[in-house]
Design a binder for this molecule. Structure first.
Ligand SMILES: CC(C)(COP(=O)(O)OP(=O)(O)OC[C@H]1O[C@@H](n2cnc3c(N)ncnc32)[C@H](O)[C@@H]1OP(=O)(O)O)[C@@H](O)C(=O)NCCC(=O)NCCS
Length: 293
């Protein structure tokens, strides 16, 4: 275990960074699992491939936001972060399980935060790990509890969904402007990444506009809208087109409309982790993504 080095991530580090993050989150899920929850699973090959693609994307757009920690045993920690307009976001942050709580994570996060030093806003989705919440609060983030809904979709509860269409790259300007209203910054190049891998639903009428992405597992991955009515319509559209086993994550207290839809669909409500915000209020109507926020 010799001296610790914190250095910028390189493209050839990405597979090792993925292993560090998978080990870190698998151990976290095992440690924090409630008895009523199913046993945690390792990342699937498909999930691993999308993690690698997303991390390479961050490394391309923000080489100064992606860092690794290493000593003579190899890579022991990683953090990826990026700037979009005036917003800094933390995508992934992990230290290998046997080395946590030994002062590796803090300087790693400091390096990523330095990348966002000129940004007026910050956003991250925090696990419930006691060390993670400690460093985020110390870095000035307000922590807002996240809820999630799960269950088997009862299709008899689905309303008729109208005024929702498939989206495309031609919707990026519209989506960036909705992002700016919700979180102060467009997703910019992240829309290109999401469009490559996910399905996009758009609603754009004279009374409101919004969009929703469904990920490769058929789950809602991100939603933004100009009003609750449009957001509600899009969420029903996403449920109707998504997986039968629903996992609707990252719901904050400012988005009670998600609970109205989820409970009407007979899903169960739970709580997990926090949305960390700096220099901004809770986005609404909005359902953030864990890494692309
Ligand atoms: C979150 C994580 C990256 C932090 O890295 P780390 O190397 O463990 O953190 P550090 O050792 O630098 O410690 C951070 C703080 O937690 C404190 N800490 C250490 N062990 C602790 C424990 N068991 N309980 C509570 N706080 C603890 C440290 O003292 C330090 O606070 P301080 O500077 O005020 O003293 C790492 O613990 C991890 O990978 N956790 C699992 C994955 C995860 O939750 N990632 C974040 C996802 S958003």
């Amino acid at each position: 275990m010799g001296d610790l080095t914190i250095r910028p991530m390189r493209p050839d580090d990405v597979p090792e960074a993925e292993r560090v993050s998978d080990d870190g989150f698998f151990e976290l899920d095992t440690r924090l699992r409630r008895p009523s929850e199913p046993a945690p699973e390792r990342r699937s090959e498909a999930h691993r491939a999308s993690w690698l693609e997303r991390t390479r994307h961050f490394l391309r757009t923000d080489p100064g936001g992606c860092w690794v920690a290493e000593d003579d045993t190899g890579m022991v920690g990683m953090a990826t972060s990026y700037r979009r307009e005036t917003l800094w976001c933390l995508a992934t942050y992990a230290v290998v399980p046997g080395r946590q709580g030994q002062g590796i994570g803090k300087p790693l996060l400091a390096a990523a935060l330095h990348h966002g030093r000129a940004c007026t806003r910050g956003m991250l989705s925090s696990s419930a790990d006691t060390k993670a919440v400690r460093v985020y609060r110390q870095a000035g983030f307000d922590l807002h509890p996240q809820m999630y809904l799960t269950g088997t979709l009862d299709r008899s509860t689905l309303p008729v969904v109208e005024k929702v269409r498939e989206g495309s790259a031609a919707d990026i300007d519209l989506m960036d402007s909705l992002d700016r209203s919700a979180r102060g910054a467009g997703h910019g190049p992240d829309h290109e990444l999401m469009l490559r891998s996910w399905r996009l639903l758009v609603s754009d009428t004279s009374t409101g506009s919004g969009y929703a992405y469904l990920n490769e597992r058929g789950q809602l991955a991100l939603l933004a809208a100009s009003n609750r009515r449009t957001a509600t319509r899009l969420l029903w559209g996403a449920l109707a087109d998504g997986a039968e086993q629903v996992a609707l994550h990252h719901v904050t207290g400012a988005n009670q409309w998600v609970l109205d839809v989820g409970l009407a669909a007979r899903l169960e409500l739970h709580q997990e982790g926090y949305l960390g915000l700096r220099g901004m209020k809770l986005p609404a109507p909005y359902v953030h993504n864990g890494a692309l926020l």
